[in-house]
Write a protein that binds this ligand. Structure first.
Ligand code: SF4
Ligand code: SF4
Length: 323
């Protein structure tokens, strides 16, 4: 089967008989840039130590101004490695008093590096919810995807976070993990994988966490390169298209999220950001022209990669989406 341009639109039009629209902005997701201490194989933002795209202070300040004015429930900060952004700590200090759900997507390995070891206490102080990718509880599989030695660094950071209350019963400090398949296939059931991760991490390393989010690998960025190099692209796209699940459409993240690129460009989601597909159809596409009313009910820009969000149980930054 060949996935032709516009296939997703065709599927959606067939199933929902309308274009895709957002219904709210509940999640304000900032991508601080592509500088990262790691260079993972599945990285859809193609980040690495040489990443030069860093969100300028003027854009960060504009984001803050909007967040102070409009009560958007969740602030979700991603990268790259957010900790490597020069103004990151100051931004968190400004966001914390706003009493929103404050999420940082950290690779955790960075918390073991010199200059970054005070972050666990800093996060706890500001009640930051931590989400981190752990593709597999198998050391070799994780290292194959994220780099040699990364698994043990993540384990070390999780132990430190557990010690200060993260992921512990009766603690408000939340630590979530993200699973994504280590090959060209769809993730297994989130519930069964969460139980497996929990048991194994507890028994082998005495580590606790709150939730596991299963995320489908999107056919973009470095993962797309891997699919093409390994001659898996056609087959992977076919598996996504065949697993198309219309019930996942109700909760795909672009319906209630806005994604802000490092340079202030606005996107329907992080994936569109990586594909340079800004918000379109008449809604503002830059943070400097942010217009809440126009943006909350905008038409979403879709393309073939959207099959990644609607396959099987569906996929978003918070894991499965289909009920
Ligand atoms: S997946 Fe995350 S940790 Fe890995 S290179 Fe990309 S941004 Fe960095
Ligand atoms: S890739 Fe983005 S725009 Fe497409 S369905 Fe997923 S969240 Fe929506």
């Amino acid at each position: 089967m060949t996935v032709s341009p516009g296939s997703f639109k065709l599927h959606f039009t067939e199933k929902a008989k309308a274009p895709l629209f957002s219904h709210s902005i509940d999640i304000f997701q900032l991508n601080l840039g592509n500088r990262c201490n790691l260079a993972c194989r599945h990285c859809h933002v193609s980040a690495g130590p040489g990443g030069k795209n860093i969100m300028p202070p003027a854009i960060l300040n504009k984001c803050l101004e909007i967040l102070k004015k409009i009560k958007i429930g969740t602030i979700d900060i991603t990268g790259g490695s957010p900790e490597m952004h020069p103004q990151f700590k100051g931004f968190i200090q400004e966001c914390a008093p706003l009493n929103r759900r404050l999420i940082v997507r950290s690779n955790l390995a960075i918390l073991t590096e010199p200059g970054f070891r005070d972050f666990p206490e800093f996060y706890a102080k500001h009640k930051v919810e931590i989400v981190s990718s752990l593709p597999s509880f198998d050391e070799q599989k994780t290292d194959r995807q994220r780099g040699f030695g990364v698994f043990q660094k993540i384990i070390q950071s999780m132990k430190t976070l557990n010690q200060i209350g993260y992921g512990m019963p009766n603690s408000s400090l939340q630590l979530h993990l993200v699973h994504n398949p280590t090959g060209a296939y769809l993730p297994a059931s989130q519930k069964s994988l969460q139980n497996e991760y929990a048991q194994l991490l507890k028994n082998k390393y005495n580590i606790l966490f709150n939730n596991l989010f299963c995320i489908t690998n999107m056919p973009i960025g470095r993962y797309l390169d891997y699919l093409k190099q390994s001659d898996n692209y056609e087959e992977y796209m076919e598996s996504l298209v065949c697993a198309f699940n219309p019930s996942a459409l109700d909760n795909i993240m672009c319906k209630n999220t806005i994604s802000i690129g490092w340079d202030g460009t606005l996107y329907d989601c992080d994936f569109n950001q990586m594909l340079h597909l800004p918000i379109d159809h008449g809604a503002p596409d830059n943070i400097m022209n942010f217009d809440y009313e126009k943006l909350k009910k905008r038409q979403i820009v879709v393309d073939n990669h959207c099959f990644g969000c609607t396959a099987g149980a569906g996929s978003s930054c918070q894991g499965e989406v289909a009920g």
